[in-house]
Design a protein around this ligand. Sequence first.
Ligand SMILES: [Zn+2]
Length: 160
Amino acid sequence: MSAQNEVGGELPAGIFGAPLFDRESIVWWRGLERNEMTVQACDRCAVLRWPARALCNRCWSFECTWTAVSGTGTVVSWVTSRHPFGPWRHVPYTTALVRLTEQDDILIPATYLSNDDTLTIGSPVVASYLDTSSLRPTGAHTPDGGPEPTTVLAWRAAEI
Ligand SMILES: [Zn+2]
């Protein structure tokens, strides 16, 4: 998907922050590049964890397997920013906090692309995967030796 929203057309450069990858999260970012949402599943107790981290916070295991999840959830909260915090951030934009379908305690914030006039707590949403490579330079070194990830997650209203 190109960098477009569903209500205003082409997104201006800078509406998304650059992926902040590290040794643990690079697998998350690579999944987004495949238009897939993946999270860590503990190999000992099966609890899912996001954001990525080395240790399971339930059983303290270091072992995990990256697992594809549905990319669906429900809105828990949202905020619409109307104040420009810098020239790189165009307003207004809405960030939705979404409870992942697979596990109640996984809450993932991302830019909300649909019309936020219809947002309510519990609104069903689906993941969108936005290639932002044309919006900023790349070239950073990554823990996996690949190119810098440029796909970011966004949420949009689910078709009901
Ligand atoms: Zn565990």
